[in-house]
Ligand binder design. Sequence first.
Ligand SMILES: [Zn+2]
Length: 322
Amino acid sequence: MTYHDLLTNAFCSLSAQLGRDPLQVQGPGGNTSIKSDGVMWIKASGKELADSETKKIFVAVDLDAARTEANGQGDGNCKAAVIDPEQKLRPSIETTFHAVLQWPVVIHTHSVATIVHAISPQGRVAAAKKLSGLPFAFVPYRKPGLPLTREIVASINSDTQIVVLQNHGLICCGQTVQEAAALIAAVESRLALAVTDVVAAPGESPPEGTRWAANATKLATDPRLFDLARAGSYYPDHVVFLGPALPQFGEAQDRPAMLVKGKGVLIRTDATPTQASMLDCLAAVLSRLPEDWQAEPIGEESEADLMNWDAEKYRMTLARRG
Ligand SMILES: [Zn+2]
């Protein structure tokens, strides 16, 4: 038995299943890991969980080395912890939290139902009630990487198996793949929120170089959702792939996704599939937000930080965009 046997079919199958579900994972978001005997397989950076069964998307790291980085020695990207120097994959930016969680199987998703609760003060109160009896903890928003790992360590205890990441997503941990999968199912059923009416895309032709995003129309036609989409960004991958708050077409024409008030949402025809899935995610999140819940954006400081921009320069750029 070699460490390669640790990467089981059951683990890859659960990873792929979550990766194919846009209410769990969008594009290369989310990551899964399995560890034993000092080795941890973790999804590689930029790879998609949907490909777990068909492509090489996992990379093996030395668990002690990854934990040492989690404790602040090294730069936290865990490149130096990779076991096979011949392979080219880089471990996920979120590898350090997988390493410090003492459970053999760790599943991190950008669950839409969880995000709706986690971006809202009223949602977090509701989630605490709905998850009662389960071993869960809340973790305040931090930039993914070492800052988030440190905050997770400070927020959990040895019994914690469910972690709700404020303005980010969900982590479920288990002794086995089955146990982690069962926790995800339990969280999803307790936090499920219905979508009300779905609005069709406009019939008129879109401006050149754009198309109407079929699943996001409500962001433009529902005044409350329109204001929320304009007010800020609510979780890291939105910023990474679509930039900050959605602009209106006319204010900006170079952004991947743009609102046309009262009509629909334009997406550039050269936008990537990941950008399209991030726009769908925003529509899925905001259209599930109950009427009496507020949503808190991550704020400009956090946005600048995610884009590795100087905060002051970032604010000036946003101000220019108006
Ligand atoms: Zn994440």
